[in-house]
Design a protein around this ligand. Structure first.
Ligand code: NAD
Length: 355
């Protein structure tokens, strides 16, 4: 007999094409009058168009959001929050923009509306990672969960191919680890399997034709489900490795997830046979690891940490960091096997399973 605890996360989700047209009424519905709009510099132009469409509801824009939510950027954004007397934020973009909205909410409790344009999933998690003096500290608190999420497929059609692949694989990683999470439950496991299937169908179609709107829609739907998985249950070795390796060697977030995922799955496969079977079932393949490797091959994904710029001399340091304060994991964390995993991922060799 199974027993579990399931905490549903409160968020209002609007999904479709052209849904940005609902932004004004959603600001209104939330009882807000002065929105501060947030983006990275690269998405400033689109942000300004959205601000224009809001008319007087747009109190200001801040376009300096950056990867890993640096606290000095947050401080500058907070100044603008008070200068324009904002009563809500609208984060437009990927995890970097969403992260800034979360950092503001953490300090002010302002209502957040997220308009995600990647597959990172941060918009539906109560998780925030902030970086100060090069150190990233992550915490979980409902204070940072955006109240409203507007998924508009139209904004994802132009997501560059490589970012679509790596961001999509980053999303798959949330669902894979949800399948073997210590606190997993049947609802989230069902979502995880659905999510991996949706991404597994959508990403190859997007690689074949980035303008394929049905595939874009399925990927964004899958990304939502993957985000809910990340927000609802604990993550394990894969996320730990990505955080320490990405942080220590300043590697791009989604690319690091993309390279590590099959190796982390191989490490855990025998300790989590139900997860291995679910991935093989939904992606099609003889086991979970080979299904993920085959998908990466079809997507032309980055396959080695070396290609992302990690030095070979960093392998031992990465193994040392990975065994410190480990997350719960279905297979015990031990340095010799982890070092072998990291060395194989560095070189892009075939992932090995461990007993
Ligand atoms: P990102 O937000 O940094 O975006 C990468 C680049 O792509 C940026 O320049 C951005 O402007 C651009 N971009 C985004 N969408 C685009 C689009 N549709 N078309 C063209 N360009 C677009 O990348 P990300 O991978 O979405 O987010 C990574 C960050 O999110 C990291 O800091 C990571 O730690 C965080 N994250 C947090 C959580 C969480 O739950 N807290 C979950 C996932 C990721």
């Amino acid at each position: 007999m199974q027993s579990f605890t399931y905490d549903a996360l409160p968020s209002r989700v609007i999904f479709g094409s052209g849904t940005i047209s609902k932004l004004k009424s959603e600001v209104d519905r939330a009882g807000c009058r002065r929105a501060l709009l947030l983006s990275t510099p690269e998405q400033a132009e689109s942000l300004h168009q959205i601000a224009q469409s809001l008319g007087p509801l747009a109190a200001g824009t801040f376009t300096q959001a950056a990867m890993h939510t640096p606290t000095d950027v947050t401080e500058r954004a907070l100044k603008q929050v008070s200068e324009c007397n904002a009563d809500c934020t609208i984060s437009f973009g990927g995890g970097s923009s969403t992260g800034l909205g979360k950092a503001i909410a953490l300090r002010t409790d302002l209502t957040q509306i997220a308009v995600p344009t990647t597959y990172a999933g941060s918009e539906v998690t109560p998780i925030i990672g902030e970086t100060k003096d090069g150190v990233k500290v992550t915490q979980r608190t409902l204070k940072v969960l955006p109240e409203i999420v507007i998924y508009d497929v139209d904004f994802t059609v132009g997501l560059p191919q490589r970012l679509s692949v790596t961001s999509g694989t980053n999303a798959i990683a949330h669902a894979v680890e949800a399948l073997y999470a210590e606190d997993r439950n049947p609802v989230i496991s069902m979502m995880a399997e659905q999510a991996i299937g949706a991404m597994g169908r959508a990403l190859p179609a997007i690689v074949a034709n980035p303008q394929d709107r049905d595939a874009r829609s399925e990927a964004l739907y899958g990304a939502w489900l993957c985000g809910v998985c990340l927000g609802s249950v604990g993550m394990a070795l894969h996320h730990k490795l990505c955080h320490v390796i990405g942080g220590a060697f300043d590697l791009p977030h989604a690319d690091t997830h993309t390279v590590i995922l099959p190796y982390a799955m191989a490490y855990n496969a025998k300790a989590a046979p139900h997860a291995d079977a679910a991935i093989a079932r939904t992606l099609g393949g003889r086991d979970g690891t080979s299904a993920l490797v085959e998908l990466a091959g079809r997507l032309g994904s980055p396959r080695s940490l070396k290609s992302l710029g990690m030095p070979e001399s960093g392998i031992d340091r990465a193994a040392d960091l990975a065994v410190q304060n480990p997350y719960w994991n279905p297979r015990p964390i031990e340095r010799t096997s982890l070092r072998a995993l990291i060395a194989a991922a560095w070189a892009g060799e075939a992932p090995k399973t461990f007993d």
